[in-house]
Design a protein around this ligand. Sequence first.
Ligand code: SF4
Length: 324
Amino acid sequence: MSLLEIEQLRVQYQADRRMIPAVDGVDLTVGAAESVGLVGESGCGKSSLAAAVVRLVPVASGTVRFDGQPLEQLRGGALRRFRRRVQMVFQDPYGSLNPRMTIGAALEEALAVHGLGARPQRLERVAELLQCTGLDPGYAGRYPHELSGGQRQRVGIARALTLRPQLIIADEPVSALDVSVQAQILGLMSELQRSAGVAWLFIAHDLAVVKHMCSRVYVMYLGRIVESGLTTAVFRRPAHPYTEALAAAAPDIDRALAAGGAAVPLLRGEPPASGTLITGCPFHPRCPYAREICRNVPPALENLTEDRRCSCHLARERWDAADV
Ligand code: SF4
């Protein structure tokens, strides 16, 4: 049994008296202490999926189970326990930190709200959290504006760890940081996965960011999963044209060698505005391989191999042709 199991999840919102799907029939799992990536361009539904998991937005249909329990059945103490066990890290830690509260007070507050420990134990835990996220415990007395972007994101991670969660959902946690700082934060997250046994659902628009962090990846386009599989294999040999374009935008020497140096078309155009009705494959207006069938018939998400799923009419043909 997986720690997080999402089945046929639909999340929708109302616009112009129409219900627009933000997440459209997604299946996704995260195992205990596993690190899973969810990748796609802005507006593809990744954050709506995360918001539905932590019950910030309603689920239109489908099931979300945590540790085997359907979330809609959680009430009272069970719901409070769930809120402790699943935490979030956001893109902009500055926006989620109170500028008038010291870092130590912000971290201690979460412990106090949940009635965890007397003051001395809480202060001890704050020092431990700062240390395990690579910050000097002396930072407890500083205010958010006295820290760099990378240090603030370390505080964001420390705060998520406060209640010893089993799953952390990180929504674009490094996209606002410099590349060198990104690498440090990704290293910290990987280390915490090993040392604290915490599972991550890591949301990013950049496939390269999840490459070294996540063992498995789901690629999302317009609210649907278009490909999933083991991250290194997906990166090395993408099956869906959308994944192929994302991977091409994040060059990798192994993948380039595997492709025999063949040029990969880069992603063209922008995703359509939300609510735009598209017949057939949702990716066909941007797909360099689109055929007549793509404009009329939506492709199903099917198994290509034991651990690879892809939603593309040409996936099997292209996969077999490349298998030389
Ligand atoms: Fe491209 Fe057609 Fe595959 Fe869609 S189904 S990704 S349009 S080739």
